[in-house]
Design a protein around this ligand. Structure first.
Ligand code: 5GP
Length: 207
């Protein structure tokens, strides 16, 4: 049996909508090839340039519901009219193989993972300020004034969830945010609890 010390880390990267989780995760894929990236299932249609199995597994509503019924998803949530979920078996296989896996998901899903997998590492991506988050939402250019207001108030509610996370990373510059996330992962690997099982086995050997 694999002990916790041999397992990889499950890292959840989440945060309010508009904070830049997707951008940070894409940069992280380039900067941190040692991490495994969980590919989510979604009912949303592919955007230009997105590839099946790399960006998402694109599913019909029926296929997605069947994954829920068969308990194949570690978590799932509805976001702006589409469903998104994390396939459970790939996550389990990866961490049991001793590799670290990162899930880039919105906050409702992150809270489900927290309940089912409390030993995960929960990283909350923060905007540098509420004003900056507003700019980012406005600069998408797709929102009406009403929609900007409601997205901002949703984002403010989402920021309250920070208390359930282990770390807060400010996304002021994408590369810096990635470096902070990599430092967190390094620190997590150095935690006493992960090292103790090895030390205990050494002690047995010299007894
Ligand atoms: P997008 O449609 O822009 O790719 O993603 C929309 C939102 O869904 C983002 O906030 C992204 O983090 C989130 N998301 C992507 N995959 C998952 C998933 O598997 N589960 C959950 N809960 N959210 C996801």
């Amino acid at each position: 049996m694999t002990s916790n010390a041999d397992k990889g880390l499950l890292i959840v990267l989440s945060g309010p909508s508009g904070v830049g989780k997707g951008t940070v995760c894409s940069m992280l894929r380039k900067l941190a090839p040692e991490l495994v990236y969980s590919v989510s299932a979604t009912t949303r249609k592919p955007r230009a340039g997105e590839t099946e199995g790399i960006n998402y597994f694109f599913k019909s509503k029926e296929q997605f519901c069947s994954m829920i019924d068969k308990d194949e998803l570690l978590e799932w949530a509805e976001y702006v009219g589409n469903c998104y979920g994390t396939p459970r078996s790939f996550v389990n296989e990866t961490i049991h193989a001793g590799k670290d896996i990162i899930l880039e998901i919105e906050v409702q899903g992150a809270m489900q993972v927290k309940q089912r997998f409390p030993e995960g590492v929960f990283v909350f991506l923060m905007p540098p300020s509420l004003g900056e988050l507003r700019n980012r939402i406005e600069n998408r250019g797709t929102e009406t004034d009403d929609s900007i207001r409601s997205r901002l108030s949703v984002a403010a509610e989402e920021i309250r969830l920070l208390e359930h996370y282990d770390y807060a990373v400010v996304n002021d510059q994408v590369e810096l945010a990635c470096e902070r996330i990599r430092s967190i992962i390094t620190a997590e690997h150095c935690k006493r609890e992960r090292i103790m099982p090895y030390v205990k086995s050494w002690m047995e050997e010299v007894r």
